[in-house]
Design a protein around this ligand. Structure first.
Ligand SMILES: Cc1cc2nc3c(=O)[nH]c(=O)nc-3n(C[C@H](O)[C@H](O)[C@H](O)COP(=O)(O)OP(=O)(O)OC[C@H]3O[C@@H](n4cnc5c(N)ncnc54)[C@H](O)[C@@H]3O)c2cc1C
Length: 441
């Protein structure tokens, strides 16, 4: 009998298992994958993501093989902003969520999942977790309506049954646990992005560049093995047309969003692997806990990749749920109270506002005139630029940056006018053009 069984062994699962084992609990973690391996995901980690790794003593291992930076470039319709997340906002965020801000670092990086997930799985094993790779969970064991364990199959086909005081579903957006328990999805947002990405060597992108133009987005971020993760994304309703010529449209999209990077990838870039992609990233929430079970990571909340926060949120869940379950397993708190505490942190007002922010961005509407003017106003105002970046990354609450008084202050302090920026010259006709699907025949 284990204290906890964790189904899924990546960002949410391996981290949760490791943290519970470090607190002295007996944990089994199973995953049908074997490691190292990738998943359908790009892998940008904001500074709170790297801060979690640092808190757990794993960041050094990641940064030994992964480039990292403190500043990045955001470009909206040609309007460029550079900056990084302020340390005080990072500290505030950790204090609010976890009551302590040890290990906070301002660095971001983009670490391949085959690298990161292996480091996490190994760390779980080193912490004393019993790790079973290549193990597929096929059934949940129940007593009455309470989940009490799992039944599954090893790589060799042997059927195995295991029991635990709690079963943790860290099994991703198509969660087996959620499907088996017939958990409803709520606050579903069907409008989302399609995304295609590849790995290119042959040029140095420097820091990360996150870009938008019209209804398309792109990102170029240095990653492991001397390569640049290069991503394009757009509204899901254009995905069918995009798919008719993936390599051609990938380059077309990049040329459109960033002619400079389009040229660099075309003339110097060597693609090292096939292009990866996904068409559907519709967002949803699920109930987070019930009798004998709890969900972490994408299993409990999936959202679009457009702000690249899923992995960091999986780490956040791991810390929150392991602290809550430790309180119960160690006899300090009843289970219901512990899980309610976890749920309150996960489903706070600011978490709801951020979910809404991501889902709205994922509709990929062309940026409005007033939104673009806001970006112009931010140029030359480093403090507010950094705060905007922290808001976009869910380090600082959306409601604080976008409150009317703050926008008025930004506007008053503006040093630049929109006149020098090409997007404003024929704004109306340009935004109308943006509505046409460029990949349609
Ligand atoms: C296109 C795309 C781009 C993204 N880009 C970013 C980004 O740049 N930055 C970022 O932070 N996030 C990004 N994300 C989100 C990120 O990938 C997820 O939020 C993150 O992987 C969630 O981690 P997880 O551990 O919850 O689930 P997963 O990583 O999905 O892991 C779930 C694990 O559960 C296992 N499993 C499932 N069912 C079973 C079963 N029955 N038995 C045994 N094992 C099982 C699977 O094998 C898998 O290993 C992106 C997502 C997509 C789709």
């Amino acid at each position: 009998m284990f204290d906890a069984i964790v189904i899924g062994g990546r960002c949410a699962g391996a981290a949760t298992a490791m943290l519970l084992a470090r607190k002295g609990h007996r944990v089994l973690m199973v995953d049908r994958s074997t490691f190292p391996s990738d998943v359908i995901s790009t892998h940008f980690l904001w500074p709170h993501g790297t801060s979690y790794l640092n808190r757990w003593g794993l960041l050094e291992k990641v940064l030994a093989v992964t480039p990292s930076h403190t500043e990045l470039e955001l470009v909206h319709d040609g309007i460029s902003l550079s900056g990084g997340v302020p340390e005080d906002l990072l500290r505030q965020s950790f204090q609010q969520l976890h009551g302590d801000d040890t290990g906070v670092v301002r660095r971001y990086c983009s670490v391949r999942r085959r690298v990161l997930d292996k480091i996490l799985v190994d760390a779980a094993g080193e912490a004393g977790v019993e790790v079973r790779e290549g193990f597929t969970v096929e059934e949940l064991l129940t007593e009455g309506s309470r989940v009490v364990g799992i039944r599954g199959r090893t790589r060799e086909g042997t059927r195995v049954e295991e029991r635990a005081r709690i079963v943790i579903g860290a099994d991703g957006r198509n969660s087996f646990v959620a499907r088996t328990l017939k958990l409803p999805r709520f606050d579903e947002r069907l409008q989302c992005t399609f995304a295609y990405w590849g790995y290119f060597s042959g040029f140095d992108a420097g820091r990360a560049h996150l870009m938008r133009r019209g209804r398309m987005g792109a990102a170029i971020v240095p990653t492991n093995f001397g390569q640049n993760m290069t991503l394009v994304f757009g509204p899901s309703e254009w995905s069918e047309a995009f798919r008719r010529d993936i390599p051609g449209n990938f380059q077309r999209a990049l040329d459109f969003v960033s002619p400079e990077f389009g040229e660099q990838v075309r003339t110097q870039g060597q693609r090292e692997e096939r292009l990866y992609g996904t068409l559907d990233q519709a967002a949803f929430l699920r109930p987070l806990h019930g009798a004998g079970w709890v969900l972490v990571g994408d299993a409990g909340c999936f959202k679009d990749q457009c702000t690249a926060t899923g992995m960091t949120h999986a780490f956040r869940d791991a810390e929150l749920v392991s602290a809550a379950l430790d309180g119960w397993l160690a006899g300090r708190q009843p289970l219901d109270a512990a899980l309610k505490h976890y749920e309150d942190r996960r489903r706070s007002q600011s978490a709801a506002a951020y979910y809404d922010y991501v889902c709205t961005l994922a509709e990929m509407k062309p940026l409005r005139h007033d939104e673009l003017q806001l970006f112009v106003s931010l140029r030359g105002n480093q403090e507010e630029t950094n705060r905007f970046i922290a808001t976009h990354a869910d380090i600082s609450p959306v409601s604080e940056f976008f409150q009317a008084s703050n926008l008025l202050l930004i506007n008053d302090a503006a040093k630049e006018s929109s006149r020098g920026h090409a997007i404003f010259e024929q704004f109306e006709s340009t935004s109308r053009q943006y509505l046409h699907n460029p990949f349609a025949a």
